[in-house]
Design a protein around this ligand. Structure first.
Ligand code: BGC
Length: 768
C-alpha cells in the first residue's frame, strides 16, 4: 500500500495519478456524507479491480447473529451492522459497444479531489479503452446537506479520438452485501421495482429489522452543455433496474449524464409513502438542477465552516489534516436527529458496525458542543436518555435490580450488540462516560434544566448500577470493583481499574449533588423523578457509603495510582526499547503475551486525569504522565489525542505536538495501514480537542467559566479556532508573538486567559 500519496492542500484532499493499489484507501478518504447518509468514494463506472463498495443510511441496520464458538449466558445475541445500502451511483458505460472498465484502460492525468470547503468530490482523467478509443472524463458528485435524502452526480465524457456512440446505463442495484456479514447472509429483500421515464425506484426492506427503504434515481443528459433527451430502454432484473441511453458523439464533443439519487426510509415515512417520497426527491433535484444544487451545497458548507474551522498557518499538511477531521465529523453527524449517533467509522466503512460506542460521550460531544448550536449535543444526550429502558434491561439480563442501568458498549437501539465477549463486555467504564457527557454539556451550556428533565433519570440508574456492581472487601475494609476491563483493552478481567473505580465514585457523588439541586430548584421534576424511580434518601446514603469508601490501587514508593491491582508485578520495559519489528504488538504478538505485558493500548489512568484534570495537581498529572506514557503503545486511535492534551496541560508542547501529529493525519497518512477499511471518525474529535483543549487550553469546569491558556508548537506560525459558546461566536488566534480574541456577537463576554479575567465587547478584537 502506497502511503503519503495525498497531495498537501489547505482545503482539498487530492490524489494525483492513478494507482490501483490506492483505490480502496481512496474510497475511504474521499468518502462523502451529510450526517444522515454517506458513501465511500466508489467509482460510478464499472471497475473490475479491487474495491470496497459502501453506501450507508444512518439508523438502518441489521442484527447479525453473533458468531462465537462457546455460548455463555449474557452474550449479546447479535452484532448490529449498519447496512451497505442499495447502489444508486452506478452508471455502466459503453464506448462504441466496448464496456468501459477503468481497470482495463490505460489511464493518464488522473486527478481526484475532495473539496472540503464546498463539500463535493470530483475526478478527471483520460482513458484509452482496449479497443483504442480515448475518452476524457470529468465527474462531480455530492450528497446534499440541504436536501438530506438526496445526492447528485455530473458525469461527462469527451470523445478525444473518435466519433461514434456512447451508451450510458444508469442503474439502481439492490443486490448489495456487507463484507463483514458473520454468516454470509444477504440482508435486503427487494419488494418492488418501479420504472418510469428517466426515473425509477426500488423499494426494499431489511430482513429481521424490517426497515423499508426507497431508493430512487432520475437522469438527464446534455451534449456540449445543451440538454438532450436520448431514447430510453429499460431492463428490470430481480434486484436491479437499468436504463440504457445511446448518444452519438463527434470527435471533440462532450456527452454528459446527470444522475440524482435519493434514499428515504421508514424511519421518516410510512411504508406506503416511500416510493412517492423517493421519486419526489429526485424529480425536485432535477428541477433545481445540478449547478444550483451545487451552489446550495457550497453555501451549506460555508455555514458549517464559519463556526467550525481551525486555521493553521505555516504547515499545509497540518492544515489539511485538521480540516479533514472537521469535515469528516460533520459528514458523519449533523445533530438534527436524536435517533442517530456517531459510528467510529462514520459512513466510510463497515468496521465497528456503524454502532454507537462510549466514543460519543468521551470524545465527540466536546466538538459538536463547541462548533454547533447546543441542541446538537443535547440530541446526543437524548439519544441515551431515549435508550434508558434498554440500558435497564441490559443490566437486568446480567442480574442487576431496582432500575440499575448498564449502557451498552456497542449499540444501535439501546441493546448491547458487540461481537467480542471478554474485551468489550467487561468495559463497564462506559457507564461513567454517559454521566460525564451530561456533566460536560451542562458545564458548557449551563443548561441545568436538561438534568432536571432528562439527565437525572439516567444518572440515578447508573448510580444504582455502581452501587450494586461494587462490593465490600472485608480484607481492605473498602469497596472494590472486580472483573472489569478498563479503556486499556490489553488487560482483561482485572480488579480495581483506577479509571473505572474513580468514575464510579464520581458518578455517585455527582448524581447526589444534582439530586439536591433539582430538589430545590426543580421541585416538580424532583417529585416526578422520585415517584418514577422509587428513590429514597436511604438509598442515596447507601450509594454514598460506596463512593466515600472506594478503593484505589496506589503505590507509595512511586507515588502513582496503579492502573489496577497488581500492575507493578509486571515487567516494566519502556516501549522505546521494543524493536520496531515487533510493533504494533497487536499484529506481532500473541494475545497471551500482550495480556501479561505492561503495554497499554490507550490512555487509561491518564484518561481519568484528562476527564477530571481539575481534581489533580499539575505535579500529580506530570508524575502519572511520566509513568504511563512511556509504556503506552497508542494502538487505539483514541490514545494520542488524550496524551497530546495532557502534555499541553503540563507545558510539554514538543511532546504534545509529537502526539498531535499521530492523530491529525492518522488516516491521510494511513499510520495504521488500515485506512482502506474506513476512516477513524471518533478519534477525529480527539484531534479537534488536541488543538482547542490542548494547545488552546480551553476549559469549562463546574463554575461554568470559560478559560483559555493558549500555547503554540514552534512548527506553526499561528493557529486560530472558532467556538460557539452559549450562542456567542468567539475566535481565538495565537501566533508565536500574539494572542487575540474576537467576539463575533452582539453581547460582551467575559472569560479567563492564563488565569486573568478579560472582557471582550461585542464585535471587538482584544489582544492579550
Ligand atoms: C478502542 C475503544 C473504542 C473502539 C471504537 C477500540 O479500539 O479501544 O476504546 O471504543 O475502538 O472506537
Amino acid at each position: 500500500m502506497n502511503k503519503n500519496y495525498i497531495i498537501p492542500n489547505e482545503w482539498s484532499i487530492i490524489e494525483d495519478g492513478f494507482d490501483a493499489e490506492n483505490v480502496e484507501a481512496s474510497e475511504s478518504l474521499f468518502s462523502i456524507g451529510n450526517g444522515s447518509m454517506g458513501q465511500r468514494a466508489n467509482f460510478e463506472e464499472d471497475y473490475s479491480g479491487k474495491t470496497f463498495q459502501g453506501s450507508y443510511i444512518g439508523g438502518i441496520y441489521y442484527p447479525d447473529k453473533t458468531r462465537v464458538g462457546w455460548w455463555k449466558n449474557g452474550y449479546p445475541e447479535y452484532f448490529a451492522k449498519v447496512l451497505n445500502a442499495l447502489n444508486w451511483i452506478g452508471i455502466h458505460i459503453q464506448i462504441n459497444q466496448t464496456n468501459f472498465d477503468l481497470n482495463t484502460c490505460e489511464i493518464s492525468n488522473f486527478k481526484r479531489e475532495l473539496n472540503m470547503k464546498g463539500g463535493w468530490l470530483s475526478r478527471s482523467f483520460n482513458a484509452v479503452l482496449p479497443s483504442g478509443e480515448e475518452i476524457e472524463v470529468a465527474t462531480k458528485r455530492f450528497i446534499s446537506v440541504k436536501y438530506n435524502e438526496t445526492g447528485a452526480i455530473q458525469y461527462s465524457i469527451k470523445a478525444v479520438n473518435f466519433s461514434g456512440e456512447i451508451t450510458f446505463s444508469p442503474y439502481l442495484d439492490a443486490g448489495i452485501e456487507n463484507e463483514d456479514s458473520n454468516y454470509n447472509e444477504y440482508f435486503w429483500e427487494t419488494i418492488q421495482i418501479i420504472e418510469g421515464e428517466n426515473q425509477g425506484c426500488i423499494l426494499s426492506k431489511t430482513l429481521k429489522t424490517e426497515f423499508h427503504v426507497g431508493t430512487s434515481m432520475r437522469v438527464s443528459f446534455a451534449m456540449d452543455n445543451q440538454e438532450v433527451q436520448p431514447r430510453q430502454e429499460i431492463a428490470i432484473q430481480e434486484k436491479s433496474l437499468t436504463y440504457f441511453y445511446k448518444l452519438s458523439v463527434l470527435k471533440g464533443e462532450t456527452a454528459t449524464i446527470y444522475k440524482y439519487g435519493s434514499y428515504v426510509s421508514s424511519l421518516n415515512y410510512k411504508n406506503e409513502e416511500l416510493i412517492d417520497a423517493a421519486i419526489n426527491n429526485v424529480s425536485k433535484a432535477k428541477e433545481i438542477g445540478f449547478e444550483t444544487l451545487l451552489k446550495e451545497q457550497i453555501k451549506s458548507w460555508n455555514e458549517i465552516w464559519h463556526t467550525a474551522d481551525i486555521v493553521i498557518d505555516g504547515d499545509v499538511k497540518a492544515q489539511q489534516g485538521i480540516r479533514f477531521n472537521i469535515f469528516q465529523l460533520n459528514q458523519t453527524y449533523m445533530g438534527t436527529d436524536a435517533r442517530l449517533n456517531i459510528g467510529p467509522k462514520g459512513f466510510t466503512g463497515e468496521k465497528y458496525g456503524g454502532s454507537t460506542y462510549w466514543d460519543t460521550e468521551a470524545y465527540c460531544i466536546p466538538f459538536y458542543m463547541a462548533t454547533k448550536d447546543a441542541s446538537v449535543a443535547k440530541n446526543l444526550l437524548l439519544y441515551r436518555y431515549n435508550q434508558l429502558g434498554k440500558a435497564i434491561e441490559n443490566a437486568e439480563k446480567l442480574g442487576f435490580k431496582n432500575g440499575a442501568a448498564l449502557y451498552p458498549m456497542v449499540t444501535m437501539n439501546g441493546e448491547e450488540c458487540h461481537n467480542e465477549w471478554e474485551i468489550t463486555f467487561e468495559e463497564i467504564h462506559r457507564n461513567g462516560a454517559m454521566v460525564y457527557g451530561i456533566y460536560n454539556y451542562v458545564n458548557f451550556t449551563q443548561d441545568f434544566e436538561y438534568i432536571a428533565k432528562n439527565g437525572l433519570e439516567v444518572m440515578i440508574a447508573i448510580a444504582r448500577f455502581w452501587h450494586q456492581r461494587a462490593n465490600y472487601s472485608a480484607a481492605k475494609d473498602q469497596y472494590v470493583i472486580l472483573g472489569v476491563t478498563g479503556p486499556n483493552e490489553y488487560e482483561n478481567n482485572i480488579n480495581n481499574n483506577f479509571y473505572t473505580n474513580y468514575l464510579a465514585k464520581w458518578c455517585i457523588e455527582y448524581t447526589v449533588e444534582c439530586l439536591n439541586k433539582v430538589k430545590h430548584e426543580f421541585v416538580e421534576d424532583f417529585e416526578r423523578i422520585v415517584e418514577k424511580t422509587n428513590l429514597t434518601a436511604e438509598e442515596t446514603y447507601k450509594w454514598l457509603e460506596v463512593a466515600d469508601n472506594m478503593y484505589f490501587p496506589f503505590d507509595e514508593e512511586k507515588n502513582v495510582f496503579l492502573q489496577q491491582d497488581g500492575f507493578l508485578d509486571k515487567e516494566i520495559i519502556p516501549v522505546a526499547q521494543l524493536p520496531k519489528s515487533e510493533r504494533p504488538i497487536n499484529q506481532k504478538w500473541s494475545w497471551d503475551r500482550i495480556l501479561r505485558s505492561c503495554y497499554i493500548k490507550q490512555a487509561d489512568v491518564l484518561q481519568g486525569m484528562f476527564l477530571f484534570e481539575n481534581k489533580f495537581s499539575p505535579e500529580e498529572i506530570e508524575r502519572h504522565f511520566d509513568f504511563y506514557e512511556p509504556i503506552t503503545v497508542h494502538e487505539s486511535s483514541l490514545s494520542p489525542c488524550i496524551h497530546s492534551i495532557l502534555a499541553s496541560s503540563i507545558d510539554r508542547i514538543p511532546k504534545a505536538y509529537e502526539q498531535y501529529l499521530r492523530t491529525a493525519r492518522l488516516d491521510l497518512d494511513d499510520y495504521n495501514h488500515e485506512v482502506h477499511e474506513g476512516c477513524h471518525i471518533t478519534s477525529m474529535a480527539g484531534t479537534w480537542m488536541a488543538v482547542v483543549q490542548g494547545f488552546g487550553g480551553m476549559r469549562v469546569w463546574e463554575d461554568g467559566i470559560l478559560n483559555f491558556n493558549p500555547q503554540i508548537p514552534k512548527e506553526w506560525k499561528s493557529y486560530s479556532f472558532t467556538i460557539n459558546f452559549r450562542g456567542t461566536i468567539i475566535k481565538v488566534y495565537k501566533s508565536q508573538k500574539d494572542c487575540k480574541f474576537f467576539n463575533e456577537s452582539e453581547k460582551e463576554i467575559s472569560l479567563f486567559v492564563n488565569n486573568k479575567k478579560i472582557s471582550i465587547p461585542s464585535n471587538k478584537l482584544v489582544t492579550v
